[in-house]
Write a protein that binds this ligand. Structure first.
Ligand code: GDP
Ligand code: MN
Length: 377
């Protein structure tokens, strides 16, 4: 999960990384009594806001409400700007790049520090490779003093202690929040010390179970910014369900992405079209199955539902339980077709037969029936 800059900065502040003071301007709230100079920054999850015109400096000589309104009508790489972070303007002497992420090839965390921070980091990193320093470190030992000293010297940091504290805090955040990336670009050298001008944090979705409340809070903030629930492509609860809305009239649920895509193709081959595609994602349970059915059925275009399950770790009796619960509780009656195999297959199938839910051994047959149901009327 990607976080907005304002969310990252709250975390930074809590961990002692210096950030500019500021406040959030939301689409619907009127702002008064602003004092210049301010940096007005579009809150979107894509990068390169500066280049796209999403960051404006207000020096007090122009109409600030016009700047705000212009930003709020902007789209950056297809993402609408619904909120602006207003920050005190900082006097930047030099920009530095810092991040911690994983070197997946070597299975280690890695600290990346460069002298060429700023909006052209990708370009400058390619051009002056020698100016970026990649420090792999042991996750148990953390970043060692000599490693921080090494980069601090390379990029000519005057105040080593200040720099060290920031690096240590970045790693603390990386570890504590189960992040896959914590980035400061740029970290500014200012006349009053170092300031994290921009911040980016990506959290590992797989760590949801360790930070349930926290993920929920961040998600709510996101929905507040967007002004709507994530509905088109969204991740539900434990972020294991992936839900995509398409333009047809069949609901499709699978317990794996590969199976799901294969079935999607088969549905097309048989002349059908999918309206909602839901992938349960990995190891799951009856509750998740039930929720997935609810999600798919809540799309009013869905006239039949096809559930395709291959029970490896997932137990088919467990999945069947979720399906039965849905059939009993969901008011609108939508025909459901099941193809299941694998662990506890026989018990699962029996549960389906008990409820008169058509269950198939052959994937082709199940697809055919689900398509037939929507084409015959
Ligand atoms: P990004 O374009 O999405 O990466 O947004 P950033 O927050 O990194 O801002 C882009 C650029 O705007 C920075 O690299 C700075 O050069 C500039 N900028 C942002 N805030 C300030 C500020 O307070 N003072 C000055 N002088 N420049 C700033
Ligand atoms: Mn930036």
């Amino acid at each position: 999960m990607k976080l907005y800059e304002f969310q990252c900065k709250e975390i930074f502040k809590k961990h002692g990384i210096p950030v500019q003071s500021g406040f959030l301007i939301h689409k619907n709230n009127e702002v008064k009594n602003l004092t210049p100079p301010l940096v007005l920054k579009s809150q979107v999850l894509v990068g390169g806001r500066g280049k796209a015109g999403g960051i404006k400096i207000w020096d007090g000589n122009t109409d600030v409400s016009k700047i705000i309104n212009d930003l709020l009508t902007l789209s950056i790489q297809g993402e609408k700007v619904n909120a602006i972070l207003a920050l005190e303007k900082v006097n930047i002497l030099k920009e530095i790049y810092i991040s911690i992420t994983f070197n997946r090839g070597k299975s280690t965390p890695i600290l990346i520090v460069g002298t060429a921070g700023g909006i052209d980091i990708e370009k400058s990193a390619k051009l002056n490779k020698e100016k970026m320093y990649f420090i792999e470190f042991d996750p148990f030992l953390g970043i060692l003093e000599y490693q921080i000293r090494f980069v601090a010297k390379k990029i000519n940091i005057d105040n080593y202690l200040e720099f060290k504290n920031i690096i240590r805090a970045v790693y603390k955040i990386f570890k504590e929040y189960d992040a896959t990336l914590v980035e400061i670009n740029p970290l500014a050298i200012t006349p009053h010390g170092l300031v994290a001008i921009d911040s980016k944090i990506n959290l590992d979705d797989q760590s949801y179970f360790r930070h349930e409340e926290y993920f929920q809070k961040l998600k709510e903030e996101k929905e507040m910014i967007k002004g709507k629930k994530d509905s088109d492509v969204s991740k539900f609860k434990e972020d294991t369900i992936t839900y995509v809305t398409l333009s047809g009239n069949i609901g499709l649920i699978s317990d794996g992405a590969g199976t799901g895509l294969l079935t999607l193709d088969l549905i097309n081959d048989f002349g059908g079209k999918v309206a909602s595609f839901c992938e349960l994602g990995g190891i799951t349970n009856s509750e998740v199955m039930f929720k997935a059915l609810q999600m798919v059925a809540s799309n009013s275009s869905v006239k039949s539902i096809l559930v395709v399950l291959i029970g490896g770790f997932n137990r088919m009796d467990d999945m069947a339980e979720g399906i039965v619960k849905f059939k009993k509780e969901f008011k609108k009656k939508i025909p459901i077709f099941i193809r299941m195999c694998g662990t506890n297959e026989e018990i699962g199938k029996q549960l389906m037969r008990n409820e008169n839910i058509p269950v198939f051994n052959s994937l082709n047959k199940a697809v055919k029936e689900a398509v037939k149901k929507v084409t015959e009327n």
